[in-house]
Design a protein around this ligand. Structure first.
Ligand SMILES: C[S@@+](CC[C@H](N)C(=O)[O-])C[C@H]1O[C@@H](n2cnc3c(N)ncnc32)[C@H](O)[C@@H]1O
Length: 441
């Protein structure tokens, strides 16, 4: 009997050993498969490689291609780029709040520096593919998308309730619709745009002004209905806003098919060369234009073409309380010193216009602020360049031409811009380049 029990115990122990051994072997096998090449690292290596050639970065030099065409890095064969896990489905590279928190960046919140780009060091990059949200549908096509998108593609309805009285967006079953309203234009961006054109006496209340007004910058755009409604007038607007309390606003704008990007008038120049826009717009964007010697207004000045407009709809332009009157007075004095003039003012909107030449700058009293930018400032250097509280004067060519000399759109597409002379290019070179592009079809 006792011998029999001993045999039974031995068998049990043997089986237990086998099970434990199998588990250990299983773990070792899984570990060896993943060790050093976990989804993120694996993708990191492959994408870092792709990134280095794309961005012109340095080559690691440890990579070859094997006979079957697969990339080989050291002993790793790259077959696919992994997908990031679902937590990262809304990760915005270089605008990642967690990163700012984890790396304890000391950013000036009052200047909105935390809404500007802060890219992680290469080792901390999420080099994996951002997965779409669950249930993602093929986006609705333009032009229908201006007015409605699939809710499942941007499952955030916060703005619909937050801005319900302003008609920003409305949840309708499985879609989110955009009636075209905004904080300043509850009854539609189209009517508001026509009223701006009317203020400027443009024919047929068309802001396009017979092709002379083509490029617009909308600062503090919300869901970008203003820019969206300009497209039908052949005007292309770049809309920008930060990922602030109006979270997902830019996601909606892009899902709608409206050009937009996450950005902020904070501390760095916006990523456009000087003289890029014919009109800048800001409605109820709550920006303090008087801060730091008018630096933000001077950034708009840098971006506007000679004769460019700034359309501003905000309580300071109409409210009569003490604080708004004070701001209006100070803003008026500042823009006057910047040589801007009021082109029109009606109801809640003022439109300023920039000078066409340097004459007004030259006539200012010595020591007038804001100063002209130093001659060694390159107004077209923008990437990561801090804003400067100075006025960018026109080049000799622009000053003499009394404006941009640009052809109206669409002829502008194939007519050499006089500004090319500033960069040492002739009209003939432009024509040749254009002809060779046309020949390539
Ligand atoms: C009340 S909403 C108005 C939106 C839109 N202009 C309208 O009239 O419906 C204010 C907008 O300004 C943006 N904003 C606030 N401060 C900004 C800044 N410094 N630079 C760019 N946008 C800013 C906000 O993110 C938001 O999109």
């Amino acid at each position: 009997m006792s011998r029999g029990r001993g045999d039974g115990d031995q068998t049990k122990r043997f089986v237990t050993w086998i099970v434990v051994l199998s588990i250990i072997c299983g773990c070792v096998y899984l570990y060896s498969r993943n060790s050093g090449t976990s989804a993120l690292e694996y993708g990191s290596k492959s994408l870092r490689k792709l990134g280095s050639s794309y961005l012109g970065g340095e080559d690691d030099g440890d990579e070859t291609t094997n006979k079957s065409g697969e990339e080989v890095q050291g002993d790793i064969i790259l077959k696919s780029i992994p997908v990031c896990d679902d937590r990262h489905s809304e990760l915005i590279p270089c605008l990642d709040r967690n990163l700012i928190y984890q790396t304890r960046l000391k950013l000036d919140l009052s200047l909105m520096e935390h809404y500007e780009r802060h890219c992680p060091v290469p080792e901390r990059r999420f080099n994996c593919l951002i997965p779409p949200p669950p249930g993602y549908k093929v986006p609705i096509k333009w032009p229908k998308s201006r007015d409605e998108v699939w809710k499942v593609n941007i499952p955030h309805t916060h703005l619909a309730s937050e801005k319900s009285d302003q008609n920003w967006m409305v949840v309708k079953g499985d879609k989110i619709s955009f009636p075209g309203g905004g904080t300043h234009f509850h009854y539609g961006a189209d009517k508001y745009i026509a009223s701006i054109a009317n203020m400027l006496n443009f024919s047929n209340n068309n802001l396009n002004n017979e092709g002379r007004l083509r490029t617009v910058l909308d600062v503090g755009c919300g869901v970008a209905s203003f820019g969206g409604y300009l497209l039908s007038s052949d005007i292309i607007a770049m809309s920008l806003a930060p990922n602030d309390v109006h979270q997902n606003q830019i996601q909606f704008a892009l899902e709608r098919g409206i050009p937009a990007y996450l950005g902020v008038l904070g501390t760095k120049r916006l990523p456009y060369p000087s003289r890029s826009f014919e009109l800048a717009h800001c409605s109820r964007c709550r920006i303090d234009w008087l801060q730091r010697d008018g630096i933000l207004l001077l950034e708009l000045d840098r971006l506007l073409r000679p004769g460019g407009y700034f359309a501003y709809s905000s309580p300071e332009a109409y409210a009569q309380d003490e604080e708004d009157l004070r701001i209006w007075k100070e803003m008026s004095a500042l823009v006057e010193r910047m040589c801007w003039k009021i082109a029109a003012k009606r109801n809640q909107t003022v439109i300023w216009v920039k000078p066409l030449t340097n004459d007004c700058y030259k006539q200012r009293e010595p020591g007038t602020r804001p100063p002209l930018c130093k001659s060694d400032d390159d107004p077209d250097a923008v990437w990561g360049v801090p804003m400067k509280a100075c006025i960018t004067p026109y080049s000799n060519q622009q000053h003499k031409a009394k404006g941009t000399g640009l052809a109206p759109w669409p002829a502008r597409l194939i007519t050499p811009p006089p500004r090319l002379a500033d960069f040492g290019y002739s009209a003939e070179m432009f024509d040749k380049g254009h002809e060779s592009l046309a020949a390539q079809g």
